[in-house]
Design a binder for this molecule. Sequence first.
Ligand code: PRX
Length: 654
Amino acid sequence: MTDIDVLLSESRRFPPPADFTADAQVRDRTLHAAAAADDVAYWADQASTLLWQRPWDTALEWTPPHARWFTGGQLNVSENCLDRHLAAGRGNKAAIVWEGEPGDRRTLTYWELAREVRTFANVLLGLGVRKGDRVGIYLPLIPEAAIAMLACARIGAIHSVVFGGFSPESLRDRMNDAAASVVITADGGYRRGQVVPLKRNTDKALAECPSVRHVVVVQRRSTGPIGDAHVEMVEGRDHWYHELMRKASDVCAPAAMDAEDVLFILYTSGTTGKPKGIVHTTGGYLVGAASSTRMVFDLREDDVFWCTADVGWITGHTYLVYGPLANGATCVMYEGAPDWPERDRFWDLCARHGVTILYTAPTAIRAFMKWGDEHPRRHDLSRLRLLGSVGEPINPEAWMWYHEVIGGGRCPIVDTWWQTETGSIVLSPLPGVTTTKPGSATEPLPGYRAALLDAAAGEIPVGGGLLALTRPWPSMLRTIWGDDARYVQTYFSKWPDRPDLYFPGDGAKRDEDGYFWVLGRVDDVLNVAGHRIGTMEVESALVEHPAVAEAAVVGKAHEVKGQAICAFVTLRDGHTPTSALRDDLRSFVATKIGALARPDDLLFSADLPKTRSGKIMRRLLRDIAEGRALGDTTTLADPSVVAALKDQYADQEG
Ligand code: PRX
């Protein structure tokens, strides 16, 4: 049986528990029906739950493939996430309950968070940051990351958060692409007991970032011992966060932002060597983030919501910061690794902070399964009432384990499909409404429309095909920063006669009940531990190494990570394939992109199998990567094996 057959033979059904539905935010299909009848009116209703400084004139202007939502309207995201709650009496409610990896803790109430945000907004203004300017954020997962994002939003600066695990070169490229004027970083952060030297990385990156005039450095040491992350401050350019904060006023009115003003840029991998800057705007994004958080996670006033993602990813933007804070929720934020210092860290956190809603990734769930039930069993997880999954397809086995061992059989699971580009969740059960099936993200949320299409844009009611979103939605990306042609080409050119259809790059199946089963990318993008990595990106990094002539990168199935990176490399004359060189090349990629892109396997090959037209046959390489041919081969693959395979496939592909 193929994977698809296995998935579709999945016959378990989990209707929402009656007691859950009784108290749920959404209890029936009224919203689905209303949105199906008039999606624009539905979105206008959702938008009206936010605080607008000026009401919008037009809910949607749709000139495919460009959408503008709530035009004429003005609002401020930080005002919606903070001031609104102070006015509603939530000032003393915990907004962020933070824990550092070493065990240091901080709780910020809405009142305190609002004060920090206003003060830091003044710091940014003092450094010359103005509306529309780009600000880089390269921080560990500490409250200052959320403070910095919200402070940018307060004054209308555009933030570009770069995951702390990315390399100096990745930071450099992102800062240059957006021409950022300020970077906010820290002396260091903690990951698995190690110090991540963020400031030192920033210094390396900034050697080649002419647009950056100022660097603000958060002293992580003030919240825990940072070890050896000694930093050097560049006179005139670098400033300590705490010193600037001490001098700044905490009075700062929220800027009036047009709904279509850019809120942030977030870079993500595509099919070329260059990550693309996904552009999200103020009004539509917040409408999508706020409404999906409320409905999918069924937020209630006393919930403790823990989204385990880092702010460096879209999940951290939408469901760790903007969505929960727009709803006045209490969010748990944890800096470090799930197995530090022990493999029960997550469960310890859940129990101690009374987490009621947990949102994490299948790769983590598979790791927990492997580590054994004894770790969660040691902790009281009885306050959990809802579980979420995101980032990649969740295999039914992992779903069942999550349901039984973590959720005690009582918590609904929301398997949420979406992307950096969609801004908010698109396909997902509503926990009080939808009967779930392990492995299926079920159906579009109210207001979204999805279809399964063939190459000619014909709809496939039951079976396999390409996933498409057939209507614009408020939190959709507006463009790719500085490259609108690439936006059109990547997302709206799959079906040339239908420039209104959005193509997310995923293949999916649809069953007799209309449920969607997302299978994964159909392009040259890998999903490694829930992180998107373009094969071309890794290839471009490899060929920058002086020993490498050519490189081809494919994904192979991996028990925990979903996919692992496998690289095939041919060397330039004069270089010998040794295991030392292999290690060197793997580290080289980690240095170029970040540790998450380090190839798991690297195979030297005298030649790469290509079609007659010179195209590398990735399908064949995937076969080799997933099969016996790789095994323990440490250095040189038998070129004749590759050659034989090449011959075998050449005719088919040529
Ligand atoms: O392939 C899909 C997969 O992750 C991709 C989006 O990656 P990224 O932009 O990094 O955002 C990840 C977090 C939203 C999608 O194109 N993906 C995400 N969630 C799911 C998923 N695949 C299957 N099921 C999911 N629930």
